[in-house]
Design a protein around this ligand. Structure first.
Ligand code: ZN
Ligand code: ZN
Length: 424
């Protein structure tokens, strides 16, 4: 009897154990399956949320972008006039209300983000005209970068909202000089002025040949340096430097400083010859190995030669002042077989006297680089965008359009100002 009961109990316990065990397994399966389902749901949910967020952000960005375009276009269309600097003659700039330009076929209207003052503008301000570039009364200023607000019929490379730098000129591409890669000497170089204004019209040829997109990380006022920097890069490369050369740069104006900076960045030893205190500091900051400060030509030649081995003279001298005395000085500074680049343009009708014996028996190469080519413009903007070029060092002040006269008067006094960014 007792055995039978024990057997029953034992069997019953086994059954219970089996039931419990199977029950636990089922529960585990259910829980596991549930967890998987929850994970799948959560994961799918997260992906959906991410997609929604990303798409939402894109929609917002597009809306903002289009909204800005629309606002700009409305602003532009809604206005028939704008403020612009008009050159009337010697030291006579007036800020006037003039019609807002409209884009013809192939043209762009650019809202000026920054227009930079330039030595050429200063010359024009003093003389009242520029034979090749500007005849008053005329819109004034030529170094600019900004945002496209209108693209004319047939423009495919640029659209409203694009950040651009539009150069001051463009070659024809067809003449004798253009077809030989000397576009800077184009028989029909087209110049554009009118950067000191709220908006500027960019002619079709400049749109096609010399308007460049500006990357988002490059400030517009830095991009506006493309034009003078293109001249500087051109002048330096045209002097055909060889590794190890010592380069003297005469002149501490914006272009002198740019050339010396370009040469220093390329690894050359640079001697800067400057006049004013502020220029000494700037020349050092931009990479001059040595600075000669003097307003006396004889001293400048002697001191520069003294900085070279056995008073031999420099390998290359680049004149970036634009006065005949300084051209003559440049010739006296180079070594036998050296190169002189008369980079600074002098006033019409001026002449220089050169020692023919020295030129011949010392085998001196004379060059005179003018202006820039489309290839140089691209190199210049690349250099600015690379971050190696200290663009910020060249912009020493900011002013509004109505302050332009005061800015030029200040530049004429030749302080430590390099360039002022005019922000309309
Ligand atoms: Zn310029
Ligand atoms: Zn041409």
């Amino acid at each position: 009897m007792a055995n039978t009961v024990k057997a029953v109990i034992l069997r019953g316990r086994k059954t219970v154990e089996t039931v419990v065990e199977e029950g636990r397994k089922k529960v585990e399966n259910v829980v596991e399956g549930g967890l998987d389902t929850v994970e799948t749901v959560v994961e799918a949910g997260l992906s959906t949320v991410e997609t929604v967020v990303v798409e939402g952000r894109k929609k917002v960005e597009t809306a903002v972008h289009q909204g800005r375009m629309t606002v700009e276009n409305v602003l532009l269309r809604g206005r028939s006039t704008m403020e612009a600097a008009v050159l009337h003659g010697r030291e006579d700039i007036r800020i006037e209300r003039v019609p807002v330009p409209q884009a013809g076929p192939g043209e762009l209207i650019v809202s000026v983000g920054a227009a930079l003052t330039c030595g050429t503008d200063l010359k024009v301000f003093r003389r009242g005209y520029h034979a090749r570039m500007i005849v008053p009364p005329a819109l004034f200023g030529h170094e600019l970068a900004g945002t496209v607000v209108e693209a004319g019929e047939g423009v495919t490379n640029f659209a409203s909202g694009d950040r651009v730098v539009a150069l001051n000129s463009a070659p024809c591409g067809e003449c004798y000089f253009c077809t030989r890669g000397q576009e800077n000497l184009c028989d029909d170089l087209l110049f554009n002025n009118g950067a000191y204004a709220e908006f500027i019209r960019i002619p079709a040829r400049i749109v096609a040949k010399n308007t460049l997109h500006v990357q988002d990380h490059v400030p517009l006022e830095h991009a506006a340096l493309t034009e003078p920097l293109a001249c500087a890069v051109h002048g330096f490369q045209d002097s055909h430097p060889r590794p190890g050369d010592t380069v003297a740069v005469i002149g501490g104006g914006p272009l002198g400083l740019m050339i010396l900076h370009v040469a220093a960045l390329a690894g050359y030893k640079v001697i800067a010859i400057v006049k004013h205190d502020g220029q000494v500091e700037a020349a050092r900051q931009l990479g001059a190995a040595q600075v000669v400060q003097t307003s006396n030509i004889r001293t400048a030649i002697r001191e520069t030669r003294a900085l070279t081995e056995k008073n031999r003279g420099v390998d290359i001298a680049i004149e970036a002042v634009g006065v005949p005395e300084s051209w003559e000085e440049a010739v006296e500074m180079v070594r036998k077989g050296g190169t002189v680049n008369f980079f600074g343009g002098c006033a019409v009708g001026t002449h220089v006297t050169l020692d023919t014996n020295r030129i011949h028996y010392s085998d001196i190469t004379l060059r005179a680089t003018f202006h820039h080519t489309p290839a140089m413009c691209r190199e210049a903007l690349d250099l600015i965008a690379s971050g190696r070029f200290q663009a910020g060092a060249f912009i020493t002040g900011h002013a509004r359009l109505y302050e332009l006269n005061r800015v030029f008067e200040k530049l004429m006094k030749r302080g430590s100002e390099i360039k002022t960014a005019i922000v309309p």
